[in-house]
Design a protein around this ligand. Structure first.
Ligand code: PLP
Length: 390
């Protein structure tokens, strides 16, 4: 085992204690309130596509995020797909998206028969690097009467899909300026950032729409689930319509006015969401505490740096990222292997999209930031239950 691995394992031990059992990267926080809500839902018999928990969960989400409208759906991926449809993304168009993201962001673009166009990430913030994006677009985009065109491919560049990685908000104010300048619509992948803000504004409220996820590994969970948030009433109505099979004006007749999707969140999952979201503030406080503990021990190691949240932002601290200085894939892999062998289930960043077979021929800018993050990022175990509730 290398010196650096030994130091990291010691810091983990000091931070969260010895791991006689595997310590997962992130576990859902389930307590008896969750049991009660799910049991109530089961008793009511309304477990599927109709029921009051869906509406209640949507209202609670609106309250938490400050968005005027929230539309609950079956997965975060479905929320992304829907948000891109709302943005008017069509077959044969391009959508700018970071290469360093979970595959769902790129897949949702593919579901629209559109083409992901990969952009670079800031190696300190982990999110889209606005400066390099702006100078790239200056050379790449042609302003035409049909819209912004990629000079090389001749395709319309319809949207930008920034991702708030690990809960850290992307630089939305700068990105909105770029989007306005090049006439590109912004949709946010806020799957990881429920509870994260820039100033007083919750992530997902900067663009036309935002997508949230409540998968089992996220800060709160509905088992599987997602939501679209937006501040535009017409879009909210459209989102509800197309995610519920585009059924028109009847509880009795089955009539549909376009090809819709069965993306609705089942009432059973929404029941779990209603109890989970009430715990969000408490979970964030515990995560802040864990973050402080990690900061204390990892700041003593010169070879590493915890990923920092920019001062104008509040992160939900969903996952704690550790950057290894002067890293390489070999160094990173050795640390992952060593820590996992000691029961600390650390994980690397996602393999960048431009390395994946189905996406390696997509248009892209220079991706040195994304590649650097891929080589140097390690995610530390970050479950809320790793610290005592206050
Ligand atoms: C979790 C996640 C999603 C959505 O995932 P689902 O499992 O479909 O809910 C999308 N993007 C990112 C960055 C994610 O982390």
């Amino acid at each position: 085992m290398t010196d650096i691995s030994i130091k990291i394992i010691d810091a983990l031990k000091e931070s969260i204690g010895a791991a006689s059992e595997p310590v997962s990267l992130h576990e859902p926080y389930i307590d008896s309130t969750d049991n009660n809500f799910v049991e109530e839902c089961l008793k009511s018999g309304w477990v599927s596509s109709v029921g009051s928990y869906v509406n209640e969960f949507e209202h609670l989400l609106e309250k938490k995020t400050g968005a005027k409208y929230a539309i609950a759906v079956g997965t975060g991926t479905a929320a992304l797909h829907t948000a891109l449809i709302l943005a008017g993304v069509k077959a044969g168009e391009e959508v700018l998206v970071p290469s360093l993201t979970f595959v769902a962001s790129a897949n949702a673009i593919s579901y629209c028969q559109a083409i992901p166009h990969f952009v670079d990430s800031d190696p300190d913030r982990l999110c889209v690097d606005p400066e390099s994006l702006e100078s790239y677009l200056e050379h790449k985009i042609l302003d035409t009467k049909n819209g912004p065109i990629n000079k090389d491919t001749g395709r319309i560049v319809r949207a930008l899909l920034p991702v708030h990685v690990l809960g850290i908000p992307a630089d939305m104010n700068y990105l909105l300026k770029i989007a306005e300048r090049f006439k590109i619509t912004v949709v946010e992948d806020a799957a990881e950032s429920l509870g994260s803000f820039i100033g007083d504004t919750h992530t997902g409220n900067f663009g036309l729409a935002g997508a949230l996820s409540f998968n089992g590994n996220k800060i709160i969970t509905t088992g599987g689930g997602g939501a679209i948030i937006t501040n535009n009433g017409d879009l909210a109505e459209q989102a509800k319509h197309i995610t519920t099979t585009a059924r028109v004006d009847s509880d009795i007749y089955f009539t549909h006015d376009q090809v819709g999707f069965n993306y609705r969140m089942p009432n059973l999952n929404a029941a779990l969401g209603c109890s989970q979201i009430k715990k969000l503030d408490k979970l964030i406080r515990q995560k802040n505490k864990l973050r402080d503990i990690y900061k204390n021990y990892f700041s003593k190691i010169n070879e590493v740096q915890l990923v920092k949240t920019p001062s104008e932002c509040v992160s939900n601290n969903w996952l704690n990222g550790l950057l290894i200085r002067n890293s390489s894939i070999q160094i990173r892999n050795e640390i992952i292997k060593a820590t996992n062998s000691r029961n600390y289930m650390t994980r690397p960043a996602w393999t960048p999209m431009h390395y994946l077979n189905m996406y390696k021929k997509c248009p892209r800018m220079s991706l040195t930031g994304a590649e650097k993050i891929y080589e140097s990022l390690i995610c530390l175990p970050s479950s809320a239950k790793l610290v005592q509730p206050e």
